[in-house]
Design a protein around this ligand. Sequence first.
Ligand SMILES: O=C(O)[C@H](O)[C@@H](O)[C@H](O)[C@H](O)COP(=O)(O)O
Length: 223
Amino acid sequence: MNFVEYPDREMLAMSVADKIASDLGAALRHDDRVTFCVPGGTTPGPIFDALTAVKMDWDRVDVVLNDERWVPESSPRSNTALLRNRLLTGHAAAATMLPLYAETDRPEDALDGLSEALAPHMPINVLVLGMGTDMHTASIFPGADRLAEALAPDAPILLPMRADAADEPRITITARYLRGALATHVIITGTRKREVLERARSLSPEEAPIAAVLGDATVHWAE
Ligand SMILES: O=C(O)[C@H](O)[C@@H](O)[C@H](O)[C@H](O)COP(=O)(O)O
């Protein structure tokens, strides 16, 4: 794992957006289509804003979330809505979004269709992850109902996930497919997350799911 520290969050957003653009550019020179996998939550918004101003062959980029909360796009908690509003705009409007949500009551009801649609887009070329202060990443939460399955070396691409710390049912890409990414950037801010990440490095993925994906990752941090 590499750790990069920035003077402030704005510098982090600009520098990480540059780095992601250069990773995507390198992948686009190599492959016809490129898979770009991103988190929801509050941290990535400014990085998305910076990326939308970058010119590249966005029409050859497939964007997918790490995980989704099982809420309709009209909900303020919808990561799909966040992507549509903050990333798939400006130059990046030409990218294609691969869905991680369908209007069914439970994620189980849409799992097969979403998994089949996502499978041809693996491995992930460029992966961006966030982390919660409980050491979850994507929707792989400590204590989640299907944690062991989500960390298993033979895991399917997607799993439904329920955890006390998650407000609603989730769907998540599993650790196996996150680990398969060709470039990984973990974005964290604030002293607490820095301390938690340090602690996670000496814990098992069952205790600290973020530990499952830190191997070759670059962690980007600002206060
Ligand atoms: O849907 C989600 O909630 C995310 O994908 C999740 O894994 C997120 O990255 C972390 O919870 C950090 O969230 P913040 O950036 O809001 O702290």
